[in-house]
Design a protein around this ligand. Structure first.
Ligand SMILES: [Zn+2]
Length: 113
């Protein structure tokens, strides 16, 4: 029973960290959203999908077995999270309101007509 005494607060901590971290990150990415253009297919969006690398299961196991690697793994997953194009799934989105983005938008709209 001794093991359970620290396992439960630890589990609670993991859940708070993972869920809280995710909520903060999704809030901050929503705030900074700007029009984006995909350099692969030319689709423009201001609501890119996000793709997180790694596995949630690995994260949980690492947290339970070793707290420090779990923390590092969580941080790595959150920091390597990518914005991907909702049309083609490529992680090649750039801001549409930059000179490069405008050039690209012009290029793709030319190709269409
Ligand atoms: Zn695309």
């Amino acid at each position: 029973m001794d093991a359970l005494r620290w396992l439960i607060p630890l589990l609670a901590l993991v859940v708070i960290f993972v869920v809280g971290g995710r909520a903060i990150l999704s809030l901050s990415s929503r705030r900074s959203e700007e029009p984006l253009i995909c350099t692969t297919c030319g689709a423009q969006t201001d609501m890119p999908h996000t793709k997180t690398r790694g596995l949630f299961a690995v994260e949980v196991v690492l947290w339970l077995a070793f707290v420090i690697p779990g923390l590092l793994y969580s941080l790595w997953r959150q920091s390597t999270r990518q914005k991907v194009c909702p049309t083609c799934g490529s992680a090649t989105l750039i801001a549409a309101n930059t000179p490069d983005g405008r050039k690209l938008a012009a290029k793709f709209s030319e190709g269409k007509s």
